[in-house]
Design a protein around this ligand. Structure first.
Ligand SMILES: C[S@@+](CC[C@H](N)C(=O)[O-])C[C@H]1O[C@@H](n2cnc3c(N)ncnc32)[C@H](O)[C@@H]1O
Length: 406
Protein backbone atom coordinates (compact mmCIF):
# COMPACT_ATOMS: atom_id res chain seq x y z
CA UNK A 1 0.00 0.00 0.00
CA UNK A 2 1.26 3.49 -0.74
CA UNK A 3 1.17 6.08 1.99
CA UNK A 4 -1.56 8.68 1.47
CA UNK A 5 -0.24 11.10 4.06
CA UNK A 6 3.24 12.34 4.86
CA UNK A 7 4.65 14.11 7.85
CA UNK A 8 7.97 15.80 8.33
CA UNK A 9 10.00 17.56 10.99
CA UNK A 10 13.37 19.28 11.10
CA UNK A 11 15.98 16.55 10.86
CA UNK A 12 13.69 13.81 9.58
CA UNK A 13 15.57 11.15 7.69
CA UNK A 14 18.94 11.88 9.28
CA UNK A 15 20.79 8.78 10.40
CA UNK A 16 20.51 7.86 14.06
CA UNK A 17 23.31 9.54 16.02
CA UNK A 18 26.34 7.37 16.84
CA UNK A 19 25.55 5.08 19.76
CA UNK A 20 21.77 5.46 19.38
CA UNK A 21 21.44 1.93 18.09
CA UNK A 22 22.14 -0.76 20.57
CA UNK A 23 23.89 -3.98 19.58
CA UNK A 24 22.32 -6.42 17.13
CA UNK A 25 19.96 -8.68 19.08
CA UNK A 26 21.10 -12.12 20.17
CA UNK A 27 18.96 -14.94 21.48
CA UNK A 28 19.72 -15.47 25.17
CA UNK A 29 16.99 -17.93 26.08
CA UNK A 30 14.22 -19.93 24.50
CA UNK A 31 11.04 -21.40 25.93
CA UNK A 32 9.23 -24.53 24.72
CA UNK A 33 5.50 -24.90 24.34
CA UNK A 34 3.22 -27.79 25.26
CA UNK A 35 4.26 -29.65 22.09
CA UNK A 36 7.95 -29.48 23.06
CA UNK A 37 8.79 -27.15 20.16
CA UNK A 38 10.48 -23.79 20.75
CA UNK A 39 7.62 -21.34 21.17
CA UNK A 40 9.34 -18.25 22.53
CA UNK A 41 12.68 -16.44 22.31
CA UNK A 42 14.21 -13.69 24.41
CA UNK A 43 16.79 -11.52 22.69
CA UNK A 44 19.10 -8.90 24.12
CA UNK A 45 19.88 -6.00 21.83
CA UNK A 46 18.24 -3.23 19.88
CA UNK A 47 14.71 -4.03 18.68
CA UNK A 48 15.37 -1.77 15.69
CA UNK A 49 17.96 -4.31 14.54
CA UNK A 50 15.78 -7.40 14.91
CA UNK A 51 16.01 -8.21 11.16
CA UNK A 52 19.72 -8.94 11.79
CA UNK A 53 18.68 -11.85 14.02
CA UNK A 54 16.58 -13.41 11.23
CA UNK A 55 18.86 -16.42 10.67
CA UNK A 56 18.99 -17.31 14.38
CA UNK A 57 15.21 -17.02 14.72
CA UNK A 58 14.67 -18.95 11.52
CA UNK A 59 16.70 -21.82 12.97
CA UNK A 60 14.35 -21.84 15.95
CA UNK A 61 11.24 -21.86 13.73
CA UNK A 62 10.35 -18.32 14.84
CA UNK A 63 11.30 -16.30 11.73
CA UNK A 64 9.28 -13.13 12.18
CA UNK A 65 9.63 -11.27 8.84
CA UNK A 66 6.13 -10.90 7.35
CA UNK A 67 4.87 -13.48 9.85
CA UNK A 68 3.92 -11.68 13.07
CA UNK A 69 0.19 -11.45 13.72
CA UNK A 70 0.82 -8.93 16.51
CA UNK A 71 3.67 -6.48 17.00
CA UNK A 72 3.46 -4.60 20.29
CA UNK A 73 5.64 -1.54 20.91
CA UNK A 74 5.93 0.04 24.34
CA UNK A 75 8.92 2.35 23.85
CA UNK A 76 10.30 4.96 26.21
CA UNK A 77 7.60 7.67 26.18
CA UNK A 78 10.07 10.57 25.97
CA UNK A 79 8.54 12.25 29.01
CA UNK A 80 11.85 13.50 30.27
CA UNK A 81 12.40 10.91 33.01
CA UNK A 82 15.35 8.63 33.58
CA UNK A 83 14.77 4.99 34.35
CA UNK A 84 16.96 2.12 35.26
CA UNK A 85 19.23 1.61 32.29
CA UNK A 86 17.57 4.00 29.86
CA UNK A 87 17.06 7.71 29.38
CA UNK A 88 13.68 9.02 28.44
CA UNK A 89 14.70 12.52 27.43
CA UNK A 90 15.88 12.39 23.84
CA UNK A 91 15.60 15.58 21.72
CA UNK A 92 12.21 15.39 20.00
CA UNK A 93 13.48 15.13 16.41
CA UNK A 94 15.88 12.39 17.42
CA UNK A 95 13.22 10.48 19.36
CA UNK A 96 10.82 10.65 16.40
CA UNK A 97 13.53 9.34 14.08
CA UNK A 98 14.23 6.51 16.52
CA UNK A 99 10.50 5.64 16.63
CA UNK A 100 10.15 5.87 12.85
CA UNK A 101 12.95 3.36 12.34
CA UNK A 102 11.24 0.90 14.69
CA UNK A 103 7.79 1.46 13.18
CA UNK A 104 9.22 0.50 9.78
CA UNK A 105 10.84 -2.59 11.24
CA UNK A 106 7.56 -3.47 12.96
CA UNK A 107 5.55 -2.98 9.76
CA UNK A 108 7.83 -5.35 7.84
CA UNK A 109 7.52 -7.99 10.56
CA UNK A 110 3.73 -8.02 10.29
CA UNK A 111 1.77 -10.68 8.45
CA UNK A 112 -0.73 -9.22 5.98
CA UNK A 113 -3.51 -9.97 8.48
CA UNK A 114 -1.55 -8.60 11.44
CA UNK A 115 -1.85 -5.53 13.63
CA UNK A 116 0.61 -3.10 15.18
CA UNK A 117 -0.12 -1.76 18.67
CA UNK A 118 1.88 1.28 19.87
CA UNK A 119 1.66 2.27 23.53
CA UNK A 120 2.54 5.86 24.52
CA UNK A 121 1.11 8.70 26.54
CA UNK A 122 0.03 12.21 25.69
CA UNK A 123 3.60 13.54 25.56
CA UNK A 124 4.25 12.23 22.05
CA UNK A 125 1.22 10.15 20.98
CA UNK A 126 -0.25 12.77 18.63
CA UNK A 127 3.01 13.06 16.70
CA UNK A 128 3.34 9.29 16.48
CA UNK A 129 -0.26 9.03 15.21
CA UNK A 130 0.81 11.18 12.27
CA UNK A 131 3.90 9.06 11.79
CA UNK A 132 1.81 5.88 11.86
CA UNK A 133 -0.49 7.37 9.21
CA UNK A 134 2.60 8.07 7.14
CA UNK A 135 4.31 4.68 7.60
CA UNK A 136 1.25 2.40 7.49
CA UNK A 137 -1.28 4.57 5.64
CA UNK A 138 -4.25 6.56 6.88
CA UNK A 139 -6.64 3.70 6.04
CA UNK A 140 -4.66 1.32 8.22
CA UNK A 141 -5.83 3.12 11.36
CA UNK A 142 -8.09 0.93 13.53
CA UNK A 143 -8.27 2.59 16.96
CA UNK A 144 -6.70 5.09 19.32
CA UNK A 145 -7.52 3.59 22.70
CA UNK A 146 -7.40 5.33 26.06
CA UNK A 147 -6.00 3.03 28.72
CA UNK A 148 -6.40 4.05 32.35
CA UNK A 149 -2.93 3.44 33.73
CA UNK A 150 -3.13 5.33 37.02
CA UNK A 151 -6.68 5.59 38.44
CA UNK A 152 -5.57 7.91 41.26
CA UNK A 153 -3.82 10.27 38.84
CA UNK A 154 -0.21 11.42 39.11
CA UNK A 155 -0.63 14.29 41.55
CA UNK A 156 2.99 15.35 40.98
CA UNK A 157 2.19 16.29 37.38
CA UNK A 158 2.22 20.04 36.77
CA UNK A 159 -1.38 20.92 35.89
CA UNK A 160 -3.49 17.81 35.46
CA UNK A 161 -3.04 14.50 37.27
CA UNK A 162 -2.14 12.18 34.38
CA UNK A 163 -4.09 8.96 34.56
CA UNK A 164 -4.17 7.45 31.06
CA UNK A 165 -2.04 6.09 28.27
CA UNK A 166 -2.74 5.94 24.55
CA UNK A 167 -2.72 2.68 22.64
CA UNK A 168 -2.78 3.13 18.88
CA UNK A 169 -3.77 0.20 16.70
CA UNK A 170 -2.97 -0.05 12.98
CA UNK A 171 -3.44 -2.81 10.42
CA UNK A 172 -0.73 -4.01 8.07
CA UNK A 173 -3.43 -4.26 5.42
CA UNK A 174 -6.90 -2.95 6.35
CA UNK A 175 -8.52 -5.13 3.67
CA UNK A 176 -7.10 -8.34 5.17
CA UNK A 177 -6.81 -7.52 8.87
CA UNK A 178 -7.81 -10.22 11.35
CA UNK A 179 -8.73 -8.75 14.73
CA UNK A 180 -11.40 -9.70 17.22
CA UNK A 181 -12.85 -6.46 18.48
CA UNK A 182 -15.19 -7.87 21.09
CA UNK A 183 -15.42 -10.20 24.02
CA UNK A 184 -18.32 -12.46 24.97
CA UNK A 185 -17.99 -11.53 28.64
CA UNK A 186 -18.88 -7.92 27.84
CA UNK A 187 -22.40 -8.81 26.57
CA UNK A 188 -24.99 -8.26 29.30
CA UNK A 189 -28.04 -10.58 28.87
CA UNK A 190 -30.11 -7.98 30.76
CA UNK A 191 -29.77 -5.76 27.68
CA UNK A 192 -32.04 -8.24 25.79
CA UNK A 193 -35.33 -8.05 27.75
CA UNK A 194 -37.79 -9.58 25.22
CA UNK A 195 -38.22 -13.29 24.47
CA UNK A 196 -39.09 -14.45 20.95
CA UNK A 197 -41.32 -17.44 20.08
CA UNK A 198 -38.16 -19.55 19.66
CA UNK A 199 -37.11 -18.75 23.23
CA UNK A 200 -34.18 -16.53 22.16
CA UNK A 201 -34.04 -13.18 23.92
CA UNK A 202 -33.85 -10.01 21.89
CA UNK A 203 -33.88 -6.25 22.19
CA UNK A 204 -35.38 -3.64 19.89
CA UNK A 205 -32.96 -1.34 18.10
CA UNK A 206 -34.31 1.60 16.09
CA UNK A 207 -33.93 0.92 12.36
CA UNK A 208 -33.67 4.66 11.97
CA UNK A 209 -30.09 5.94 11.97
CA UNK A 210 -29.96 8.09 15.10
CA UNK A 211 -26.73 9.82 14.05
CA UNK A 212 -27.71 13.26 12.71
CA UNK A 213 -24.75 13.23 10.35
CA UNK A 214 -26.76 10.79 8.25
CA UNK A 215 -29.83 12.33 6.64
CA UNK A 216 -31.51 12.28 3.22
CA UNK A 217 -28.92 14.74 1.90
CA UNK A 218 -25.84 12.81 3.06
CA UNK A 219 -27.27 9.30 2.53
CA UNK A 220 -29.97 9.59 -0.16
CA UNK A 221 -30.19 5.84 -0.85
CA UNK A 222 -31.09 5.10 2.77
CA UNK A 223 -34.37 6.94 2.77
CA UNK A 224 -37.39 5.07 1.43
CA UNK A 225 -40.82 4.24 2.85
CA UNK A 226 -41.57 1.05 4.74
CA UNK A 227 -45.06 -0.26 5.40
CA UNK A 228 -46.28 -1.58 8.72
CA UNK A 229 -49.23 -2.47 10.89
CA UNK A 230 -48.67 -1.08 14.40
CA UNK A 231 -51.40 -3.42 15.76
CA UNK A 232 -49.59 -6.61 14.73
CA UNK A 233 -46.08 -5.16 14.35
CA UNK A 234 -45.76 -6.64 10.82
CA UNK A 235 -43.46 -4.71 8.45
CA UNK A 236 -43.30 -4.89 4.63
CA UNK A 237 -40.82 -3.32 2.25
CA UNK A 238 -43.09 -3.03 -0.78
CA UNK A 239 -46.39 -1.13 -0.84
CA UNK A 240 -49.26 -3.25 0.34
CA UNK A 241 -52.43 -3.03 -1.78
CA UNK A 242 -54.97 -0.70 -0.20
CA UNK A 243 -57.57 -2.94 1.46
CA UNK A 244 -61.24 -2.78 0.62
CA UNK A 245 -63.04 -0.28 2.82
CA UNK A 246 -63.87 -1.80 6.17
CA UNK A 247 -61.44 -4.80 5.93
CA UNK A 248 -58.81 -2.67 7.71
CA UNK A 249 -55.33 -4.28 7.57
CA UNK A 250 -54.06 -1.07 9.16
CA UNK A 251 -50.84 -0.95 7.05
CA UNK A 252 -49.41 2.56 7.13
CA UNK A 253 -46.52 4.13 5.20
CA UNK A 254 -43.57 4.82 7.52
CA UNK A 255 -40.75 7.27 6.81
CA UNK A 256 -37.66 7.64 8.99
CA UNK A 257 -37.78 10.85 11.02
CA UNK A 258 -35.94 12.27 14.00
CA UNK A 259 -37.85 13.11 17.21
CA UNK A 260 -38.58 16.62 15.92
CA UNK A 261 -40.01 15.06 12.71
CA UNK A 262 -37.13 16.28 10.48
CA UNK A 263 -36.33 13.66 7.81
CA UNK A 264 -33.86 10.92 8.81
CA UNK A 265 -32.60 7.74 7.07
CA UNK A 266 -32.71 4.01 7.86
CA UNK A 267 -29.61 2.05 8.90
CA UNK A 268 -30.34 -0.64 6.29
CA UNK A 269 -30.55 -0.32 2.52
CA UNK A 270 -33.87 -1.30 0.91
CA UNK A 271 -32.25 -4.57 -0.30
CA UNK A 272 -31.13 -5.51 3.18
CA UNK A 273 -34.53 -4.60 4.64
CA UNK A 274 -36.15 -6.88 2.04
CA UNK A 275 -33.79 -9.78 2.85
CA UNK A 276 -34.20 -9.44 6.61
CA UNK A 277 -37.78 -8.17 6.84
CA UNK A 278 -38.62 -10.91 9.37
CA UNK A 279 -36.33 -9.18 11.88
CA UNK A 280 -38.32 -5.94 11.61
CA UNK A 281 -41.23 -4.89 13.76
CA UNK A 282 -43.18 -1.62 13.97
CA UNK A 283 -44.62 0.10 17.00
CA UNK A 284 -46.54 3.27 17.77
CA UNK A 285 -44.28 5.61 19.75
CA UNK A 286 -45.22 8.77 21.59
CA UNK A 287 -42.68 11.35 20.51
CA UNK A 288 -42.35 15.01 21.36
CA UNK A 289 -44.56 15.79 18.36
CA UNK A 290 -47.30 13.28 19.20
CA UNK A 291 -47.77 9.59 18.29
CA UNK A 292 -46.14 8.12 15.18
CA UNK A 293 -45.21 4.67 13.91
CA UNK A 294 -41.53 3.69 13.90
CA UNK A 295 -39.64 0.58 12.81
CA UNK A 296 -37.31 -1.50 14.98
CA UNK A 297 -34.89 -4.36 14.43
CA UNK A 298 -35.24 -7.40 16.69
CA UNK A 299 -31.60 -7.80 17.73
CA UNK A 300 -31.16 -11.35 19.06
CA UNK A 301 -28.88 -12.50 21.86
CA UNK A 302 -27.39 -15.42 19.93
CA UNK A 303 -25.12 -17.99 21.54
CA UNK A 304 -21.47 -16.83 21.40
CA UNK A 305 -22.40 -13.23 20.71
CA UNK A 306 -19.61 -10.77 21.48
CA UNK A 307 -19.79 -7.12 22.36
CA UNK A 308 -17.34 -4.72 20.82
CA UNK A 309 -14.94 -3.29 23.33
CA UNK A 310 -15.18 0.40 24.02
CA UNK A 311 -12.25 2.64 23.17
CA UNK A 312 -11.70 3.49 26.85
CA UNK A 313 -10.13 0.63 28.81
CA UNK A 314 -10.51 1.04 32.56
CA UNK A 315 -8.02 -0.17 35.12
CA UNK A 316 -10.76 -2.37 36.67
CA UNK A 317 -10.71 -4.36 33.41
CA UNK A 318 -7.05 -4.31 32.41
CA UNK A 319 -5.08 -3.40 35.55
CA UNK A 320 -2.85 -0.37 36.12
CA UNK A 321 0.84 0.36 36.55
CA UNK A 322 0.39 -0.36 40.29
CA UNK A 323 -1.20 -3.72 39.48
CA UNK A 324 1.70 -4.46 37.15
CA UNK A 325 4.30 -3.63 39.82
CA UNK A 326 2.44 -5.85 42.28
CA UNK A 327 2.58 -8.70 39.73
CA UNK A 328 6.34 -8.26 39.50
CA UNK A 329 6.67 -8.23 43.29
CA UNK A 330 4.69 -11.48 43.46
CA UNK A 331 7.26 -12.95 41.07
CA UNK A 332 9.97 -11.79 43.52
CA UNK A 333 11.13 -8.84 41.40
CA UNK A 334 11.55 -5.27 42.63
CA UNK A 335 12.66 -2.13 40.92
CA UNK A 336 11.36 -2.20 37.33
CA UNK A 337 9.25 0.95 37.16
CA UNK A 338 7.37 0.81 33.86
CA UNK A 339 5.75 -2.61 33.50
CA UNK A 340 2.38 -3.17 31.86
CA UNK A 341 -0.26 -5.23 33.68
CA UNK A 342 -0.77 -8.84 32.62
CA UNK A 343 -4.54 -8.43 32.10
CA UNK A 344 -3.89 -5.69 29.56
CA UNK A 345 -1.39 -7.76 27.61
CA UNK A 346 -3.64 -10.82 27.74
CA UNK A 347 -6.50 -8.78 26.31
CA UNK A 348 -4.33 -7.45 23.47
CA UNK A 349 -2.91 -10.89 22.66
CA UNK A 350 -6.39 -12.45 22.71
CA UNK A 351 -7.90 -9.78 20.48
CA UNK A 352 -5.08 -9.72 17.96
CA UNK A 353 -4.01 -13.37 17.70
CA UNK A 354 -5.07 -17.00 17.80
CA UNK A 355 -3.32 -20.00 19.29
CA UNK A 356 0.02 -20.58 17.58
CA UNK A 357 0.22 -17.09 16.03
CA UNK A 358 3.46 -15.16 16.37
CA UNK A 359 3.70 -12.15 18.73
CA UNK A 360 6.68 -9.75 18.63
CA UNK A 361 7.65 -7.09 21.19
CA UNK A 362 10.60 -4.83 20.32
CA UNK A 363 10.73 -3.15 23.79
CA UNK A 364 10.30 -6.12 26.10
CA UNK A 365 11.09 -4.51 29.49
CA UNK A 366 9.93 -6.82 32.27
CA UNK A 367 8.46 -9.28 29.74
CA UNK A 368 4.71 -8.85 30.25
CA UNK A 369 4.09 -9.57 26.56
CA UNK A 370 6.17 -12.74 26.78
CA UNK A 371 4.24 -13.94 29.84
CA UNK A 372 0.83 -13.28 28.22
CA UNK A 373 1.82 -14.84 24.88
CA UNK A 374 3.35 -17.90 26.56
CA UNK A 375 0.36 -18.45 28.85
CA UNK A 376 -2.07 -18.13 25.93
CA UNK A 377 -0.24 -20.65 23.74
CA UNK A 378 1.12 -18.19 21.19
CA UNK A 379 4.64 -18.19 19.72
CA UNK A 380 6.63 -15.09 20.62
CA UNK A 381 9.85 -13.12 20.15
CA UNK A 382 10.77 -10.30 22.54
CA UNK A 383 13.78 -7.97 22.40
CA UNK A 384 15.15 -5.87 25.25
CA UNK A 385 18.12 -3.59 24.88
CA UNK A 386 19.21 -3.49 28.50
CA UNK A 387 21.02 -6.72 29.45
CA UNK A 388 20.54 -6.02 33.18
CA UNK A 389 16.76 -5.86 32.71
CA UNK A 390 16.84 -9.19 30.91
CA UNK A 391 19.06 -10.82 33.52
CA UNK A 392 17.45 -9.37 36.66
CA UNK A 393 13.81 -8.91 35.64
CA UNK A 394 12.63 -10.60 32.46
CA UNK A 395 14.27 -14.02 32.79
CA UNK A 396 13.58 -14.42 36.54
CA UNK A 397 9.97 -13.39 35.92
CA UNK A 398 9.49 -15.95 33.15
CA UNK A 399 10.97 -18.64 35.37
CA UNK A 400 8.97 -17.62 38.43
CA UNK A 401 5.70 -17.68 36.52
CA UNK A 402 6.31 -20.78 34.38
CA UNK A 403 3.94 -23.71 34.81
CA UNK A 404 5.74 -26.52 36.63
CA UNK A 405 5.58 -28.85 33.59
CA UNK A 406 7.54 -26.38 31.38
C1 LIG B 1 8.23 1.19 28.70
S1 LIG B 1 9.38 -0.08 28.90
C2 LIG B 1 8.51 -1.50 28.33
C3 LIG B 1 7.75 -2.15 29.42
C4 LIG B 1 7.12 -3.47 29.04
N1 LIG B 1 6.01 -3.35 28.15
C5 LIG B 1 6.69 -4.25 30.29
O1 LIG B 1 5.51 -4.61 30.40
O2 LIG B 1 7.53 -4.42 31.15
C6 LIG B 1 10.50 0.24 27.60
C7 LIG B 1 11.64 -0.76 27.54
O3 LIG B 1 12.27 -0.64 26.26
C8 LIG B 1 13.66 -0.82 26.43
N2 LIG B 1 14.31 -0.23 25.25
C9 LIG B 1 14.58 1.07 25.01
N3 LIG B 1 15.11 1.21 23.77
C10 LIG B 1 15.16 -0.04 23.23
C11 LIG B 1 15.58 -0.56 21.98
N4 LIG B 1 16.09 0.24 21.06
N5 LIG B 1 15.46 -1.87 21.75
C12 LIG B 1 14.96 -2.71 22.70
N6 LIG B 1 14.54 -2.26 23.92
C13 LIG B 1 14.64 -0.94 24.17
C14 LIG B 1 13.97 -0.17 27.76
O4 LIG B 1 15.18 -0.66 28.27
C15 LIG B 1 12.74 -0.55 28.57
O5 LIG B 1 12.95 -1.75 29.27
Amino acid sequence: MTADFAVTWPGRGEPEPPGAYGPAPEVVETVRGDDGEVSGAILVGDGGRLPEAAAALDALGLAPAGAAQLVYLDPPYNRGGRFEGYRDDMPRAEWLGYIETRLRVARDLLAETGTLWVHLDDAEAHRVRCLLDDVLGVDAFLADLTVESNPKGRQLDRFFAGSHDRLMVYARDPARVRLTSGVAAAVDPADFPHTGPDGVNYRLLPLRNTNKRFNPRTAPTMTYPLYGDPETGVVAVDPVPVPAAGSGTGMVEIHPVFGDLTPAVWRWSRERARERVDELVCRTVRGRSGPRVDVYQRDRHEEGRVKKLKTVWLSQEVGSTDTARAELRRAGIEGFRTPKPEALMRRIVELATETGDLVVDLFAGSGTTAVAARDLGRRWVVVERNPDTVRDVLLPRLRATARPDH
